[in-house]
Write a protein that binds this ligand. Structure first.
Ligand SMILES: [Zn+2]
Length: 94
């Protein structure tokens, strides 16, 4: 897989303590998942379509094979991220 070197605006700066990142494999692909203790902005969780307010711990996930940029990342409530496989769009009960 070609390794794309994009602009370094999302460089791995020293991460704040309490933040860690891991790879996660799922039926919907491989993801990088980062736990954050809270951010300054409000995001909308794609799992429940509710807002994640500033300072609320949550996870940030993006596909490993399409790094994209920071705007491509999705911010999820932890529970929504873990529950996403049970409520995928392909399931009948979505
Ligand atoms: Zn949510």
């Amino acid at each position: 897989m070609p390794r794309r070197n994009r602009a370094k605006r999302d460089d791995p700066r020293p991460r704040p303590s309490g933040t860690f990142q891991r790879g996660e494999e799922g039926p919907d692909g491989d993801w990088n998942v980062r736990s954050v203790t809270g951010s300054a902005k409000t995001y909308r969780c794609p799992g429940c379509d509710h807002e994640i307010g500033p300072g609320v711990p949550h996870v940030v996930a993006w596909p490993t094979d399409d790094y994209g940029n920071v705007e491509d990342r999705r911010h999820w409530h932890k529970a929504c991220w873990q529950a996403r496989l049970r409520r995928r769009p392909t399931s009948k009960r979505w």
